[in-house]
Design a binder for this molecule. Structure first.
Ligand code: HOZ
Length: 430
């Protein structure tokens, strides 16, 4: 496979952009391959600048549940752009998207739009601290809530991929207000609550962890978090930046029937454009300025292009049978891959729910960060490289998810399984 142009561009990028990338995992450092520069995308496919075509299972890290350049989303964005790109003033699509989110996620009475998931989580904990008049938050090792200082402590995603889960530059004072529990381990939460009485403002959790690879909540885990938050008067925040509108129309909270106090969103609600949002009850949300004293603002917040793309995406997701179709595609590919691994004698742990999943290169189970980080990263790197060379584009890290979209056809899935079978046999022989 020819990669000369991508390589040249990467060298050029490195002279002006740190590491040549605007988000670290894109450097492909963990998998030892040359990062591809993308020239275009449509449906389930992406093309690089060397003319190679790939079946894409990254989907821009989750937003593209309808596939790339969905015609109706493109039309909505063009219609919006023709009316101007940004006003720094109110426009109707802000209300339309807010109404749609509140309709689909019944725990949200009011929602504030921001520009990224990072902004959403940072703002949500500020609000939680103001509401409870407490300082500390609990997060789980391996969960990733964007790159806000409070969250870069035992963080997953690129931070784990690059071996810097707790970043320099975060002050001790800030780190001291973030307490770390262990995913699927309720006792670890109870211990923190007992050790820091009346000090915890909020517990934030990815209801399905998607940034230490995919790790599912064990039965009762999310419900127990709800109970502990109620018993100790702190807020439960579901970070649904990945799971929102991915697991189900109402996100993980409707899928698992657990009601958070605040929800953070991003990815799908921007249809592939930069966006984030956070929402909850009127009582909590009206603490935000200009109604209340908690400050948060943004020049491009509520941007009409992003919100038009997001609104159209949600409208399309409301159509009949969307989630069963996604589930069917996901089961087909994940089961097929699991079978290929098994036939080749490569031990993996398959974790998947609805249209997101991953394979950990290890034996046993993966129920938390410790389990996930025991995976054979080198083997994953070789696997990734071979899949890429054969035209299948997976996230370049053991600690990220594989995403299905409605655009993945049966032909795409069969082609992927055929490549995957060959890659598995090749991996075993090495
Ligand atoms: N942290 C993102 C995935 N969980 C990476 C986004 C990107 O590099 O584009």
């Amino acid at each position: 496979m020819k990669t000369d142009t991508s390589r040249l561009l990467f060298e050029r990028a490195k002279t002006r952009i740190p590491g040549g990338v605007n988000s670290p995992v894109r450097a492909f450092k963990a998998v030892g391959a040359a990062p591809r520069f993308i020239a275009g995308a449509n449906g389930s496919r992406i093309w690089d600048v060397d003319g190679n075509e790939y079946i894409d299972y990254v989907g821009s890290w989750g937003p593209l549940i309808l596939g790339h350049a969905h015609p109706e989303v493109v039309t909505a964005v063009i219609a919006a752009v023709e009316k101007g790109t940004s006003y720094g003033a109110n426009c109707e699509v802000e209300i339309q998207l807010a109404e749609k989110i509140c309709q689909l996620m019944p725990e949200i009475d009011m929602v504030r739009m921001v520009n990224s998931g990072t902004e959403a989580t940072m703002s949500a904990i500020r609000l939680a601290r103001a509401y409870t008049k407490r300082d500390k938050i609990i997060k789980f090792a391996g969960c990733y809530h964007g790159h806000g200082d409070s969250f870069l402590i035992q963080a997953g995603s690129g931070a784990t991929t690059l071996g810097i889960p707790s970043s320099p530059g975060v002050t001790e004072a800030i780190a001291g207000d973030t307490l770390i529990a262990h995913y699927n381990d309720i006792d670890s939460v109870k211990n923190l609550v007992e050790n820091f009485p009346q000090q915890i403002a909020a517990l934030i959790v990815e209801p399905v962890a998607g940034n230490m690879g995919v790790v599912l909540p064990e039965p009762g885990f999310l419900g127990s978090l709800r109970q502990i938050a109620d018993d100790h008067n702190f807020l439960l925040i579901f970070d649904e930046v990945i799971t929102g509108f991915r697991l189900a129309l109402g996100g993980a909270q409707t899928y698992y029937h657990v009601k958070p106090d605040l929800t953070t969103l991003g990815k799908i609600i921007g249809g592939g454009l930069p966006v984030g949002a956070y929402g909850g009850s009127t009582e909590i949300m009206e603490m935000l300025a200009p109604v209340g004293p908690v400050y948060q603002a943004g020049t491009l917040s509520g941007n009409p292009l992003a919100l038009s793309a997001g609104l159209k995406t949600l409208e399309l997701l409301e159509q009949k049978d969307v989630y069963p179709k996604l589930r069917e595609k996901a089961s087909y590919i994940f089961n097929g891959m699991a079978e290929n691994f098994k036939r080749a004698g490569i031990p993996v742990v398959a974790n998947a729910v609805e249209s997101m999943g991953c394979f950990f290169f290890k034996q046993g189970l993966v129920t938390n960060y410790d389990d996930a980080t025991k995976s054979d990263i080198k083997l994953f790197g070789r696997y990734h490289q071979l899949m890429l060379e054969h035209g299948v584009y997976l996230a370049p890290s053991q600690f990220e998810a594989t995403f299905l979209s409605l655009a993945h056809s049966k032909e795409d899935l069969d082609r992927t399984l055929e490549v995957h079978g060959r890659v598995c046999r090749g991996l075993k022989q090495k």
